[in-house]
Design a protein around this ligand. Sequence first.
Ligand SMILES: Nc1ncnc2c1ncn2[C@@H]1O[C@H](COP(=O)(O)OP(=O)(O)OP(=O)(O)O)[C@@H](O)[C@H]1O
Ligand SMILES: [Mg+2]
Length: 240
Amino acid sequence: MQAPTRPLFKPSSVIPGFEKLIHEPIPSGTILLAGPPGSGKSTFTGQFLAEGLKRGEPCLAVVTDMPPAHLIRSLEERWLVEARLVRKLRILDCYSWRLGMPSQKQEYPVVGNLTALMVEIEKLRKEMKRGRLALDSLSTLALDSGLQAAREFFNSLRARILEGGMLSLVTLEQEVHTLAFERTLSYLAENVIKLKLIEEKGRIKRYIRVLSSRVAHSTSWFPYEVTDRGFLIRGGVIGV
Ligand SMILES: Nc1ncnc2c1ncn2[C@@H]1O[C@H](COP(=O)(O)OP(=O)(O)OP(=O)(O)O)[C@@H](O)[C@H]1O
Ligand SMILES: [Mg+2]
């Protein structure tokens, strides 16, 4: 019997312009997005979810650094997703419990540890059957739960995403954790995207590249800007 084929995601459906970096359809799996503070990880995440919702894909967001209402507002106002589509977004709230907000008063499930989070993800994943998941950010979970627990969680999530035929985006703060932690996650993820900020002539320049991927990709650093409409990836440059 032939093994079932994994669903494929068009690179341009990840975020607009992503096809400059990855040149072939991306099989279900995980994209690890690593970058320093302010590089645009949350912007990328919002755009990734907006693209999924606009395409009618089931989408799940795990928020750690902002309340669900903030994400919903940015999907509607910044990413111009119709309210009826935004209402379909499933959200797991890993933000409110840290502020001590009573979970029964929150609209979305409030989750306070990695075991409970995996249980909730599994429930939703089985309902969704396909589509995309965004987790912004694994770093916050690692700071709360420790590196080992976060690494185990990531590896388990990665396997379940693959089994479920989904595409996940997981963000990671760079230079906050140990190098070994970053490298282990990069080794586990099917695709690793790096963002970096460089100061040039008194101005911050932003660059994005694929560090690794299981499909054909560019190895160049591409300059990009973060505008109110999101990532603007420009032509490729080599050797930055
Ligand atoms: N609506 C917006 N319009 C234009 N620029 C924005 C908007 N929101 C955020 N930015 C800018 O985009 C850049 C990236 O912000 P973003 O929050 O996506 O970064 P991040 O990598 O998630 O940061 P952190 O590590 O702090 O979570 C910042 O310079 C921020 O000021
Ligand atoms: Mg962020």
